[in-house]
Design a protein around this ligand. Structure first.
Ligand code: 5RP
Length: 252
């Protein structure tokens, strides 16, 4: 937990302890303030984005929002939004998205992101690449100096066909950065995790800065067998960070 002055009452100075999930919810609710009736909305995936989708459903139910069309970024979010009664569509029908709201695994000072530790990076990148405004919602633990430098996974979605071959080529691409490529698995038997698009995910781990992100992105995408990677460069227009000292809104 984190100590923060209790809000909204400024007269009350007794500290309250907010969990990480409460911080995620604060960032999510703040982002939903940007939603207007009539918008086509990209609906993100993950524990932070889930709060935003819940809030949109609540405002619709209360009649405070109208004529929203949601474009989910995963089957999971699709199910959540359906249960909330949010009207849904897809990019074939609505190729222009007004606003997308989604979480991230890492955010650098230039608002570049790592996403996809939850496994939904391809649809997220398609939807968020089609939106006019992309608001990223995070608690402050997601802020990093360099993407991929936190020792955590950089996900790459690959086709299942000869996945070892592709994983090896990815690892070799970043040999200089001490890259280790691991197939993402799930369950007791270590079955490969399968994405919404029936692909696999390879997580890249680095022990050194990977340097120029755009060059790294281009190199990964040039490998046959790679579908997409989790670096979201120059895509976020706003990042909302909920932390110990309150909410920070960073604009591109
Ligand atoms: C899923 C994602 C998520 O946005 C990311 O993993 C953050 O998740 P959470 O909000 O649960 O911390 O990219 O593919």
């Amino acid at each position: 937990g984190i100590m923060v002055p209790s809000s909204p009452s400024p007269s009350s100075l007794s500290p309250v302890i907010l969990t990480q999930d409460e911080l995620k919810k604060i960032a999510a609710y703040k982002a939903v303030e940007y939603v207007e009736s009539g918008m086509v909305l990209g609906l993100g995936t993950g524990s932070t984005a889930k709060h935003a989708v819940d809030r949109i459903g609540e405002l619709l139910r209360q009649g405070k929002l109208h004529n929203i069309v949601g474009i989910p970024t995963s089957t999971k979010t699709h199910e959540q939004a359906l249960a909330l009664g949010i009207p849904l569509s897809d990019l074939d029908t609505h190729p222009h998205v007004d606003l997308a709201i989604d979480g991230a695994d890492e955010v650098d000072p230039f608002l570049n992101l790592v996403k996809g530790r939850g496994g939904s990076l391809l649809r997220e990148k398609m939807v968020e690449g089609a939106c006019r405004k992309f608001i990223v919602i995070v608690d402050e633990s997601k802020l990093v100096k360099h993407l991929g430098g936190s020792g955590l996974a950089m996900p790459v979605e690959i086709v299942p066909y000869c996945w070892k071959f592709t994983a090896q080529r990815l690892q070799r691409l970043f040999k200089e950065s001490g890259c280790v490529a691991k197939l993402r698995t799930s369950g007791e038997n270590g079955e490969p995790s399968v994405t919404d698009n029936r692909n696999y995910v390879v997580d890249l781990y680095f022990n050194k800065d990977i340097g120029d992100l755009k060059a790294a992105s281009d190199e990964i995408l040039r490998l046959p067998g790679v579908v997409e990677h989790g670096m979201f460069l120059d895509m976020a227009t706003t990042v909302i960070v909920a932390g110990e000292l309150g909410i920070t809104v960073k604009n591109k």
